[in-house]
Design a protein around this ligand. Structure first.
Ligand code: APR
Length: 293
């Protein structure tokens, strides 16, 4: 059976673990610092698994040896946004936390282990993890623009009155200020739709601001249900070697004329890794925005 370690048993990590184990994908280990949060959450999720009809198991604690033999390590530890903060404001605080975590985790992971990064600022932290681990770039991927794309699909679905499953809409770039919702490429079952400039502006703005809107409404934390689902989506894909194409933050080395940065682009997912960046003939306008990030 596959094993997924989630470091950071907070709101996002707890829910991702619930879905991964609850929907039968893998056994899960939750790690958190000091407190009994990871242990308690693991017990709570296990009790839910009996109800959900899953035979997977969840373990939890603060001992990093628990992550040994994991096929995937998900990093959701760190500080979430508070009202008025941007994701970029979390950089110094979260970089330090992630550095400490990598130091503790690295001796327990296999060479084949894939890393899914969730901590914000997402693209920056994903690149930081890649550089610090110094591993094959295909093993490190950031969860961000797949979540933003689902937010965009929701907006389009609402405006057009069609099922979410029929809408194709993608966000690329940064999971933050440099987010680029591709409003000129929206399709319904592959057929491009003619939206007015006003509708495109609404879709773009609501997609970009959705995270901040949720932070403002919560008052004491950031979104975690959709981020948990976004993690589940990637885990499912790379455990099943699905070849699914998802927009994720990956380290670019020449693709789209970009070098040495992590940015959200469509990638084909393979077995415990992303296989390749999908090259889309975007307009010069999109390309120049992407290259400027
Ligand atoms: N080691 C292990 N766990 C840690 C450490 C550390 N050094 N520092 C913090 N954590 C844990 C916290 O104890 C907490 O349980 O990370 C968890 C974060 O959980 P929440 O505060 O609930 O935050 P959450 O909403 O889950 O967001 C986590 O995901 O979407 C991003 O911006 C968000 O960076 C944030 C991350």
């Amino acid at each position: 059976m596959s094993k997924v370690a989630i470091i950071g048993a907070g709101n996002v990590g707890g829910l991702a673990g619930t879905w991964i184990a609850g929907l039968g994908l893998a056994d899960v280990v939750l790690i958190d610092k000091g407190s009994g949060r990871a242990k308690g959450k693991a017990m709570d999720i296990n009790d839910a698994l009996a109800i959900l009809g899953s035979d997977r198991w969840v373990d939890g604690g603060d001992d990093y040896s628990l992550i040994e033999d994991s096929d995937i390590v998900v990093i959701t530890a760190g500080v979430p946004r508070r009202p008025g903060m941007t994701r970029e404001d979390l950089r110094t605080e979260n970089e330090k936390i992630i550095g400490d975590i990598l130091d503790k985790a690295v001796k327990f992971v296999k060479e084949s282990t894939a890393w899914i990064i969730v901590t914000n600022p997402l693209d920056y932290i994903t690149n930081f993890v890649y550089q610090r681990l110094s591993i094959d770039r295909h093993k490190v991927m950031g969860m961000g623009v797949n979540l933003d794309s689902s937010r965009m699909v929701n907006q389009v679905s609402k405006i057009l009155g069609v099922s979410r499953s029929s809408v194709k809409a993608m966000v690329v770039g940064q999971h933050g200020r440099g987010m680029l919702p591709l409003v000129d490429d929206i399709s319904v079952n592959g057929v491009k739709v003619a939206l007015s400039e006003k509708e495109k502006d609404i879709i773009r703005d609501r997609t970009i601001n959705r995270g901040a809107e949720i932070v403002a409404a919560f008052g004491d934390g950031s979104a975690y249900v959709a981020p948990g689902a976004g993690i589940y989506q990637i885990v499912r894909s790379i455990l099943t070697n699905s070849k699914e194409v998802l927009p994720l933050s990956v380290r670019l080395e020449g693709e789209y004329g970009i070098n040495g940065k992590c940015l959200g682009v469509p990638v084909k997912l393979g077995h415990l890794a992303w296989d390749e960046v999908i090259k889309i003939p975007w307009t010069e306008e999109v390309l120049s925005k992407l290259r400027a990030l």
